[in-house]
Design a protein around this ligand. Structure first.
Ligand code: ADP
Ligand code: MG
Length: 329
């Protein structure tokens, strides 16, 4: 664990497409073995940022430093990075083995040698027995693993993944998500994983970077970002938070910190229940305050069923002062 803590540095990185500024002066430093998730809504510049790191997009201004080498203007193959795309981008006419061996072919490695190495990497993703198949003869999850093996075969110093799970069904998404995390730990290299899915980022990331409109809203450990969103944007985008107008400005309060109370305090408000949603282990209750604010409360199922509430009822919603975090702006 004596790896440098400045592994990848983005310095004032900007990408413009004509009039459109897709990435607007981003600066970020990540550690040597961090799982980093870039999280943000569609169109906020995530892919542009990742493609600049990969070298698939020309940088408009700023620098990219990887392990103290300035790689801003290097060709993709000379950067020590590997990229995995949302669509996997497998060659349909090549076997699984030849797909995985492809980067070695580009580097002039002869056939029997590259096939040998490809088979080792296919073993790692448990696909060695399917090496002769074509991509079209594989399931989505298997294609995803082929793409991963192909990305790993060059022994990258950093792995770049653009929405790698979005083409999978929810069950496979969860399964491959944990495989990705295990793989990142085994390789002990940083993964930079772009996603617009909050729970994916929370589940995977050592470092979450929330992007909005080309800039970083907040970067920090998952726990920190979830517990103390810096801005209203972050709180709303993560979900599971309420924004309440307090004396000194807007505060965020996690929905699972809102309780149904009986004593009116300065950290409570009266509201009318508008919706009750059963979610298995918890109940999500939506209520409208007297000042027309929508509040969501997550209540453990056991608590709820001890004291069931119905739509239309008036409730007093309360929270602890410590659970309200002042938002910037
Ligand atoms: P995300 O991956 O977060 O959805 P993108 O990086 O793909 O965001 O896009 C950011 C912005 O840049 C969007 O407004 C998009 O329309 C624009 N954009 C992306 N690629 C190009 C391109 N090749 N030419 C022009 N505009 C682009
Ligand atoms: Mg994208």
């Amino acid at each position: 664990m004596n790896a440098p803590d400045k592994y990848l540095e983005l310095i004032n990185l900007t990408k413009k497409y004509g009039e459109v500024t897709a990435v607007d002066g981003i600066s970020l430093t990540t550690g040597a073995t961090q799982y980093v998730c870039i999280l943000g809504p569609s169109g906020c510049g995530k892919s542009s940022l990742l493609r600049m790191i990969a070298g698939h997009e020309v940088v408009t201004s700023g620098d990219i430093v990887l392990e103290q080498n300035n790689i801003t203007d290097l060709a993709p193959a000379d950067r020590g990075s590997a990229m995995m795309f949302q669509s996997y981008a497998l060659f349909p006419h090549l076997s699984v083995r030849d797909n995985v061996a492809f980067p070695l072919k580009m580097r002039g490695v002869e056939k029997s040698k590259r096939h040998g190495v490809a088979e080792q990497f296919l073993e790692r993703v448990q696909l060695d027995i399917l090496a002769d198949r074509l991509p079209s003869q594989l399931s989505g999850g298997q294609q995803q693993r082929v793409a991963l093996a192909r990305a790993m075969i060059t022994n990258p110093q950093i792995m770049l993944l653009d929405e790698p799970l979005s083409a999978l069904d929810p069950f496979l998404r969860g399964k491959i998500r944990s495989e990705l995390k295990a793989l990142q730990r085994a390789l002990a290299i940083p993964f930079i994983h772009v996603t617009h899915t909050q729970d994916e980022a929370l589940a995977l990331a050592d470092l979450i970077v929330v992007m909005n409109d080309g800039h970083i809203e907040q970067a920090g450990p998952a726990l920190e970002v979830y517990n103390t969103p810096r801005t209203e944007f972050v709180a709303r985008f993560l979900g599971g938070h309420n924004i309440v107008e307090a004396e000194k400005g807007k505060v965020s309060i996690r929905s699972d910190r809102i309780k149904i109370g009986s004593k009116k305090t300065k950290n409570s408000l009266n509201a009318t229940v508008s919706e009750i949603e059963y979610q298995g282990s918890k109940i999500v209750l939506l209520a409208r305050s007297e000042r027309d604010l929508e509040i969501s409360a997550e209540i453990p199922d056991s608590d709820f069923f001890q004291n069931p509430i119905e739509v239309g009822e008036s409730v007093l919603l309360s929270w602890k002062a410590d659970d309200a975090h002042l938002l910037a702006g």
